[in-house]
Design a protein around this ligand. Sequence first.
Ligand code: SAM
Ligand code: DTB
Ligand code: SF4
Length: 322
Amino acid sequence: MIRYDWTLSEVREIYHRPLLSLIMEAAAVHRQFHKPGQVQTCTLLSIKTGGCPEDCAYCAQSVRYQTGVQVHRLLDVEVVVEAARQAKEAGATRFCMGAAWREVRNNRDFERVLEMVRRVRALGLEVCATLGMLTPEQALALKEAGLTAYNHNLDTSESYYSKVITTRKYEDRLHTLAAARAAGLRLCSGGILGLGESDEDRIALLHTLATMQPHPESVPINALVPIEGTPLADAEPPSVWEIVRAIATARILMPQSMIRLAAGRERLSPAEQALCFVAGANSIFLGEKLLTAPNAAPTEDARLFTLLGIEPLPAFAETLHE
Ligand code: SAM
Ligand code: DTB
Ligand code: SF4
């Protein structure tokens, strides 16, 4: 049974359960809806890097902080297609393109992104994009080009949002998610742990996601990657226990969604990652790099997959109960 009417106090109760029972419950839910050992493999590419006018306190790509990230205009289509081909060869089934934009503009760059979507889709990959705010028309154009999913993270609770980002509102995020949904796109939306938020903020974020109907098809749980030069450079990244707690709660609330152990995975040992998979994570980013920050090493990931008996979820696979 999938529920969309979770109350805040129910979410709070689940989140605060003793960790071992929380993990075991999440694992049981996971088995009902997903094949154990099947993990979605996504690869990220930054198609337009840096120079972003927004002030997201965690981000390497905001113009407001000196982070050492090299600004780069929108990549050429061929470069992107080649990167997607290589990602596929390396075992990825979803290709996600990220642009450091506040919002999409109706110009040549957007036309080029639409072409990238068509070409990557033609390789037989699921295509995801994260381009900032969208209008309903832009969302439709992306859908028509063959986009599978749109990533747009809520990052944290509505009440903590202004402590992290001042250049846009939570409401703006919700509007873009609604536009993407209305266009028939799948949603990818999650958050970041380690922004200085409280347990209550994490609970509120999970509650917001779990009361969307339908739930976002994928929910990335990012652990902050502290970036030098940003206001959060010295923030302490979350512990594995905090990550596992958030994953397990998300799994119980949104049984059918893909829960992605996203940024910050490279700091976790194989045993810690295994614990995240047991707690319900079933999606990861493969490849050397996230957008600008390093990711878990491909050779270590190959070893991890063999060790744990993980196989990549085929592209366009439906979950067991869909
Ligand atoms: N500009 C678009 C936007 O903000 O939606 C798309 C790109 S943005 C880099 C995509 C997501 O990456 C953010 O919403 C945030 O959740 C995540 N992210 C960015 N920097 C991060 C960091 N240092 N650690 C963890 N997650 C990060
Ligand atoms: C998501 O939730 N995490 C990814 C993807 N969606 C776009 C981005 C992580 C970015 C990590 C920091 C960086 O590489 O700059
Ligand atoms: Fe820009 Fe996205 Fe980074 Fe915020 S998270 S500064 S919107 S690239």
